[in-house]
Design a protein around this ligand. Structure first.
Ligand SMILES: CC(=O)[C@@H](O)[C@H](O)COP(=O)(O)O
Ligand SMILES: NCC(=O)COP(=O)(O)O
Length: 239
């Protein structure tokens, strides 16, 4: 089964653009779950340009599905996650000034650092996932860090798929086979959409979870949030 975790960063972006509390991120998280979303993802960034650290604490009591907090494990982020106790933390090596996440971890260079941070989260019963490019060496390196899961960075797949290049899924298929063999759980995310999700899901064996935000919220403008979530759930069904 592949779970749909809805990333609500963009709801916070919209709210922050006016300085008030519309739309209310807590209400949206409740509605996402009511509409069938199987998880809520947030990616608080140090400048709090969308999800604020306080949002994480406000969301914690209402997220009864699976709370996934993503981010670069700087001290402030580690403290936040340990306090909020989500079901999953996803570590992403994004620079502070990056518009959005734009690369996976070099799991070889950062092995010792990742090992230390991951063991701290695992000691606190928080499942760990690390964001990686679909490169076999990085998957092998991920095992060494002790992480429970990897999140495959799907930007390249999404941009190639939009150009009609379905072959772009191949490195993901190979890395998923390797991850399955090595006992790593597989998540995926970034730029997944109603257009490209079905082919990805059908291609990747053992895909446990996708986190989708930007496209899902954009699609909801035309189709409505409940309808869009239902469409994703249908496309993610095991055949
Ligand atoms: C980790 C990842 O893939 C990102 O898509 C991210 O979580 C989205 O963050 P922004 O909403 O800040 O672009
Ligand atoms: N981990 C990826 C995520 O949460 C959502 O990414 P996107 O759909 O906003 O690109």
């Amino acid at each position: 089964m592949t779970k749909l975790s809805v990333n609500i960063n963009k709801i916070a972006t919209l709210r922050n653009s006016r300085g008030g509390d519309v739309p209310n991120v807590v209400q949206v998280a409740k509605d996402v779950q009511k509409f069938g979303g199987q998880g809520i993802t947030v990616h608080p960034r140090p400048d709090e340009r969308h999800i604020r650290y306080q949002d994480v604490f406000d969301l914690r009591p209402v997220v009864y599905t699976e709370f996934n907090i993503e981010g670069n494990p700087i001290k402030q982020f580690i403290d936040l996650v340990l306090k909020a106790q989500p079901e999953q933390v996803t570590l992403v090596p994004d620079a502070e000034d990056a518009i959005t996440s734009n690369a996976g971890w070099d799991t070889i260079k950062n092995r010792d650092f990742l090992k230390e941070v991951i063991s701290e989260f695992k000691r606190n019963n928080i499942r760990t996932s690390i964001f990686v490019d679909p490169v076999p060496k990085m998957i092998e390196g991920a095992v060494e860090t002790g992480t429970d899961r990897i999140e495959l960075y799907t930007e390249e797949y999404a941009s190639q798929f939009a150009k009609g290049n379905k072959e772009a899924v191949r490195p993901y298929v190979e890395c998923a086979e390797l991850a399955n063999k090595l006992g790593l759980g597989i998540n995926a995310g970034h730029d997944l959409s109603l257009e490209n999700i079905e082919f990805f899901k059908r291609s990747i064996s053992g895909l446990l979870e996708v986190s989708i935000g930007h496209a899902l919220i954009a699609e909801s403008i035309y189709l409505g949030l409940e309808n869009v979530i239902q469409r994703y759930l249908k496309l993610l069904k095991d055949s």
